[in-house]
Design a protein around this ligand. Structure first.
Ligand code: ATR
Length: 273
């Protein structure tokens, strides 16, 4: 029997075990997926133990996405660029390889919702944290060439743009004023999270007609940001697709099969509504 895990601190809230175990059931795969609570100071021993106990792979979540890298044998190109890993695969030779499926999960979700024909649009990413960085690198890899990052702390936006080797970094105020310039807008901060202290990173007053507006938050499914965008008739994409697709891409790395994402998104939508 194969087994998989997700490691993080905290971990109890994770929806990954339910999702992966449901896919195993659906696809008649004899495997199990368990959550393991690992504190930062235990990380090295935890990786060694997972390897010794024969886990076929695992997901990595906050706060270990960066710090796990020294304990892995190889890194996928995108994970190396991002400096963060959310998926570990134990290869046939026993070596541990790190991948990052968060950003690609976002792009898969976006393209499933609106198609692949918008790569020429000007993209605005709001936020410059780990999530924004992953999304920016993945968008670049999938052929989106016009990327702007707006952040409260501009220096963090500039850092990502420098690593990308293209694009520009602006302030939230400037983004607000130039909003009609952007055809795809991605909200990547914690704004609108169920327990967040702020709900809207910038005003959508100048939103372009026909713009696509995405949020990475999925609890709640409809953030204040998406509600505002919907009022302005934008095509909206909530964060649930990103979560399900990052899991599906990881699943595919582990087992060489792509699970049913549509059904899972429907099921989790009902749960979260
Ligand atoms: P993640 O890894 O989920 O991206 P993070 O790295 O902590 O999380 O990044 C959080 C993002 O939300 C940052 O872009 C942060 O802006 P700063 O870089 O200026 O800190 C943004 N953010 C958090 N609280 C905010 C607030 N009250 N107003 C505007 N932006 C905020």
């Amino acid at each position: 029997k194969k087994w998989f895990a997700v490691i993080g601190d905290p971990i109890a809230h994770s929806k990954s075990p339910n999702m992966h175990n449901a896919w195993f059931n659906e696809m008649d795969i004899d495997a199990a997926y368990i959550p393991i609570h690992i504190k930062s100071e235990q990380l090295e021993k935890a990786v060694f133990s997972l390897k010794t106990l024969g886990a076929s792979g695992w997901n990595v979540t906050i706060p270990h996405k960066q710090t796990i890298i020294p304990f892995l044998d190889e890194l996928d190109e995108l994970a190396e660029k991002m400096g963060a890993v959310n998926t570990v695969v134990r290869q046939q030779d026993g070596k541990l390889k790190g991948y990052n499926t968060d950003g690609s999960g976002f792009v898969h979700s976006l393209e499933e919702a609106v198609g692949k024909e918008h790569k020429q649009r000007a993209v605005l990413i709001i936020g410059a944290g780990g999530a924004a960085r992953g999304i920016a690198f993945a968008l670049q890899q999938y052929g989106y060439t016009n990327i702007t990052i707006a952040n409260r702390t501009i220096s963090k936006g500039i850092e990502i743009v420098n690593e990308l080797g293209e694009g520009q970094a602006i302030s939230l105020k400037d983004a607000e004023q130039q909003l009609d310039h952007f055809g795809i807008i991605i909200q990547s901060t914690s704004a609108g999270l169920a327990n967040s202290e702020f709900s809207l990173p910038l005003s959508l007053e100048k939103l372009q007609e026909g713009a696509i507006v995405a949020d990475i938050v999925y609890n709640p499914l409809m953030t204040t940001f998406l509600l505002e965008a919907q009022k302005k008739n934008a095509k909206i994409v909530n964060g649930l697709g990103m979560f399900v697709h990052q899991g599906a891409i990881a699943f595919n790395y582990w087992l060489g099969q792509y699970p049913n994402t549509n059904l899972m998104i429907k099921r989790l939508t009902e749960e979260l509504q």
